[in-house]
Design a protein around this ligand. Structure first.
Ligand code: NAD
Length: 343
């Protein structure tokens, strides 16, 4: 299969490209490379010509990017609440409108398979409960509202010739060659290593559905391989388990104590934006026979093997923290080109 992966230079995208190449597929990546292209370049070198990439913006989609493509995994865009709130207009153009345009282009070019990396944050704000794909979601932030628009556009375009699939991905953890340390487990791990202290906002009682980065990539591949009728216009929640934030802190602290490092947990006030929701992954298991299996503990263990534990400078690099990096890029860019934006 020849797969177009948008956002293939990102945290999930790189792992998806790696898995696709490993099983013999060819991959074309389109990415703005906000966080650099070095890890993708390395992967391309190892791919014997099966991975190519274009530095491009999905807002200015070029139909030629679909030449020879059998399927699309769409991961490009602003990937969390803080970056979306920082520039809501750019977020809307990237996450909502570009998703719709990209799907229209795929449909025009008879590329029926299209997997969209949506977000479990659509379930936030509904109240307590265990939510599934039939839940009436009412997103309230710029990020989740734009993801919902993308989902609705894909479902509107669905027909006999176009079979898009929506994956509501839980909060991701785990190792990728392009790390993110702004995701709860990864943040805890970085803080535990660098400062030995974890803060539990409001006691850390909030629920979050979580999933390993390798399992998210596998979910995309399961959808790319599934019979079209099993995935046509369908939404699937993707998560390994629902956890309370305080459980995650304990798992991180415990894993580090096995390495001889002392980590303390401290209570902190609740921030303005609190996300708290649970979801079920039963549909993914029952319909597609896939259940994310890599646990938080297994993933922490792998990260502890791969991260440069004694290199605090590397771990604290703003490049691994999306809003910190985007703010920095914006600052440098606007100093060079006043009134222009990196977004
Ligand atoms: N990581 C998570 O916990 C999580 C959870 C749910 C959903 N998602 C979604 O999955 C997708 C991938 O997330 P990630 O964690 O890999 O994020 P990421 O920020 O690491 O990767 C996103 C990639 O998209 C690229 N990009 C951004 N805007 C672009 C544009 N306009 N044109 C082309 N490329 C652009 C970036 O350069 C980056 O390489 C995102 O759509 C995100 O919203 C992520």
């Amino acid at each position: 299969m020849h797969v177009l992966v948008t956002g293939g230079g990102g945290y999930i995208g790189l792992e998806l490209c790696r898995q696709l190449l490993e099983r013999g597929d060819s991959v074309r990546v389109v990415d703005r490379f906000f966080f650099g292209e070095a890890p993708l370049r390395t992967l391309a070198k190892q791919s014997a010509g099966r991975l190519t990439y274009v530095a491009g913006d999905v807002r200015a989609f070029d139909d030629a990017w679909l030449d020879g493509i059998d399927a699309v995994s769409h991961l490009a865009g602003l990937s969390n609440d803080p970056t979306a709130e920082y520039n809501p207009d750019a977020n809307w153009q990237m996450n909502a409108i570009a998703t719709e345009r990209l799907a229209e282009a795929a449909k025009r070019r008879a590329v029926a398979r299209f997997v969209f990396g949506s977000s479990a944050s659509l379930y936030d704000g509904i109240g307590p409960g265990m939510f599934d794909e039939r839940t009436d979601v009412r997103p309230r932030g710029a990020y989740s509202i734009s993801k919902k628009y993308g989902e609705d556009a894909l479902r509107r375009l669905t027909d006999a010739a176009f079979a898009p699939t929506i994956l509501r991905q839980g909060t991701v953890y785990g190792w990728s060659p392009r790390m993110r340390f702004d995701l709860v487990v990864n943040t805890f791990l970085k803080d535990a290593i660098t400062v030995g202290k974890l803060y539990l906002h409001g006691g850390g009682w909030q629920w979050r559905p979580l999933v390993d980065v390798g399992d998210v990539a596998r979910a995309h591949i399961v959808c790319l391989d599934a019979p079209l009728d099993a995935v046509r216009g369908e939404i699937f929640n993707v998560m390994q388990e629902n956890y309370q934030v305080r459980q995650l802190a304990m798992l991180v602290a415990g894993s580090l104590s096995l390495k001889g490092r002392h980590v303390t947990l401290e209570e902190a006030p609740l921030p303005k934006l609190v996300r708290d929701y649970r979801m079920s992954n039963q549909k993914l298991t029952e319909r597609l026979g896939f259940t994310p299996a890599v646990t938080v503990l297994e993933s922490i263990d792998l990260m502890l093997q791969r991260l440069p534990l004694d290199d605090v400078g590397w771990l604290a690099n703003p490049r691994w923290y999306n809003i910190a990096w985007m703010s920095l890029l914006e600052e440098v860019h606007s100093a060079q080109r006043p009134f222009a934006s990196i977004y």
